[in-house]
Design a binder for this molecule. Structure first.
Ligand code: ADP
Ligand code: ADP
Ligand code: ZN
Length: 217
């Protein structure tokens, strides 16, 4: 089962990915998480990745494709995976096609979480993440049980540096046309499910579950 979660920053990909990987037993492949981990290193590449992320800019395709190719080749991805935040550009989508063709596995489904700009800004402005376990919260829409502390592991929550307004603006601009282009690309192949992502988390969850189960998975 090879599934892609597609959507602009703040659409709810990470939030939904958390239960999908549990329920369907898939490894969670998040390029954002992988780049944030890589950005912590001391090397020149780490520094470069850090500056792309901090500016809200896309990491170049060549590097992005390389890290996904390596990740998909690992043992735990042999039976399938959930891609969150990849592909984000046409060249990335084409590279993914080639990777899947090499291993003889089709794309099962692309779930597109459609959310309007105003709602995305509200979500990113109130997003809090756990540096310990990666859990995602929202100050208003999904608050932790105890203010500022992760439900899962008790770590103090943080806001992402790239969720500040100027970086968010760049991120939405960079991703807008690319996302529309990917939607058209996957729609043309009949693998796209377009879902209203601007509903409460539970409703989105039910819609995703129906879409994935509907494929006989
Ligand atoms: P968001 O939660 O806003 O959707 P992510 O956590 O997925 O953002 O990504 C954070 C940053 O990591 C991006 O702004 C970009 O710099 C980099 N990144 C993640 N995925 C990709 C990708 N597929 N291509 C290029 N850059 C990426
Ligand atoms: P993405 O991974 O697509 O960037 P996230 O899953 O990190 O998006 O969600 C962005 C923010 O919006 C988080 O603070 C999250 O708690 C919140 N959020 C996610 N889904 C919903 C929803 N359906 N309704 C309201 N807020 C949501
Ligand atoms: Zn945690």
């Amino acid at each position: 089962m090879q599934v892609i979660l597609l959507g602009l920053p703040g659409a709810g990909k990470g939030t939904q990915a958390a239960w999908i990987v549990e329920d369907f037993g898939l490894p969670h492949i998040s390029t954002g998480d992988m780049f944030r981990a890589a950005a912590k290193g001391e090397s020149q590449v780490s520094g470069e990745i850090r500056s792309y992320i901090e500016g809200g800019l896309l990491v170049p395709d060549e590097l992005t494709i390389r890290i996904v190719r390596d990740r998909i080749a690992q043992d735990d991805a042999k039976e399938g995976f959930l891609l969150d935040g990849f592909p984000r550009t046409r060249p990335q989508a084409q590279a993914l096609d080639n990777m899947l063709a090499e291993v003889g596995r089709p794309l099962s489904r692309v779930i597109y979480l459609e959310v309007g700009r105003e709602e995305l800004l509200r979500r990113l402005g109130g997003r809090w993440v756990c540096p310990g376990c990666g859990a995602t919260y929202h100050a208003v829409f999904q608050p932790p049980r105890s203010a500022g502390v992760c439900n899962e592991c008790g770590t103090a929550l943080q806001q992402r540096a790239d969720d500040r307004p100027d970086a968010v603006r760049v991120r939405l601009e960079q991703n807008w046309d690319n996302t529309q282009s990917l939607v058209a690309f996957y729609e043309a192949r009949g693998v796209l499910t377009r879902l209203a992502g601007d509903q409460p988390i539970d409703r989105v969850r039910r819609a995703i579950r129906a879409a994935l189960r509907g494929d006989g998975q």
